[in-house]
Write a protein that binds this ligand. Sequence first.
Ligand SMILES: Cc1cc2nc3c(=O)[nH]c(=O)nc-3n(C[C@H](O)[C@H](O)[C@H](O)COP(=O)(O)OP(=O)(O)OC[C@H]3O[C@@H](n4cnc5c(N)ncnc54)[C@H](O)[C@@H]3O)c2cc1C
Length: 398
Amino acid sequence: MAVLVTKECIGCGACEPVCPFGAIEMKDGKADITVACTQCGACIEVCPVGAIIREEEAKVELAIDKSAYKDVWVYIEVVEGKPKNVGLELLGEGRKLADAMGVKLAGVLIGDKVEGLSKDVFAAGADAVYLVEAPELAHYSTDGYTATFTDLIKTYKPSVILLGATNDGRDLGPRVACRVGTGLTADCTGLGIDEATGLVAWTRPAFGGNIMATILCPEHRPQMGTVRPSVFKRPEPDYSKKGEIIRVASKVKAADIRTKLVEIVRVCTVACNLEEAEIIVSGGRGLGKPENFCYIEDLATVLGGAVGASRAAVDAGWKPHMHQVGQTGKTVGPKIYFACGISGAIQHLAGMSSSDIIIAVNKDPDAPIFKMADYGIVGDLTEVLPILTEEFKKIKAG
Ligand SMILES: Cc1cc2nc3c(=O)[nH]c(=O)nc-3n(C[C@H](O)[C@H](O)[C@H](O)COP(=O)(O)OP(=O)(O)OC[C@H]3O[C@@H](n4cnc5c(N)ncnc54)[C@H](O)[C@@H]3O)c2cc1C
């Protein structure tokens, strides 16, 4: 249960010094409760106008006017000056939601010198871009981006917000949801409109993937959710599309950001960038020993693809978890997915079934993976993969 400041706050500042955790700041003449709040209630006692209340008591006071919330927003995550695929994938789904709701679709671009990316956002289907640029926002920071996104929501009141379930999206989404007093459905695999209520129906696996739960957010706004990369296909870009850029001045100051980016250490090369890869070659327990991953890596290198692994291979310590594909790993959607020595357990399929073409290599002709595969090669992978690698090398050499 959160502690909230109502609009009755007169900005007297009486609450600020009594907070044992330094969790109250005065912002724009009002008290602002930060994430350091432990809900001890010390501030509630001292407020002379009763403007600090617990969320449960606040239901009546804070009942929101839902009709004021319109439009569908997609957070466009930018890394090294480029939009991540997941934001563009979500614009495709956001377009469907916005059309069904009869509202506009907007992308949210936060960063420094990112205006040029607006054309990609419009090409993926957005009607508008909310653009916040400042040197302090050049790199993602929890403090800077949370404050910026929260301000945007409070000012422009979107009805629905979609974010990628990436490291940054998983950090930002819940934090912003908490700040604006709404809920968030994490790791959705399906989005739709609930016919009875007109609300967004957020579908996600529950109880270890044994059931699919559909979640609604009836009482609060915006309705928020994260979706893993590659769950949806990126729409074909149409660069003839134009839209409106809504420039919003950043209120973030360098002193507001409690973390400092010291250095970027790259641990992920092309080989483990599974979410953006067009070709993935994955290996499973059928490799028999970790050294045999060289067959997977050789083929991936020739094809310029990434290296994936089943959970059995990861649990055996043959590959780090960042390579794992599946329900408890990454969800991928490449143009071509090679499953080598992988049986095709449901939890593995959950992470790769949206691949355009699946090619399975397995010595067991009855392996379940062949039911899902577009092409199957029955044979020992230690014999099949070197032949494939050599043939692709020849094709590349022309
Ligand atoms: C809650 C939960 C979450 C899970 N999440 C994931 C997940 O995210 N990702 C995931 O992958 N799994 C996940 N699992 C595990 C999953 O159920 C399977 O156990 C796992 O996918 C099996 O991995 P595998 O296919 O590599 O191994 P196996 O099932 O042992 O299959 C090995 C295959 O290799 C073939 N083979 C053997 N030798 C050769 C050879 N020389 N040449 C060619 N083929 C050969 C065999 O015929 C067999 O089909 C999860 C399980 C649970 C309960």
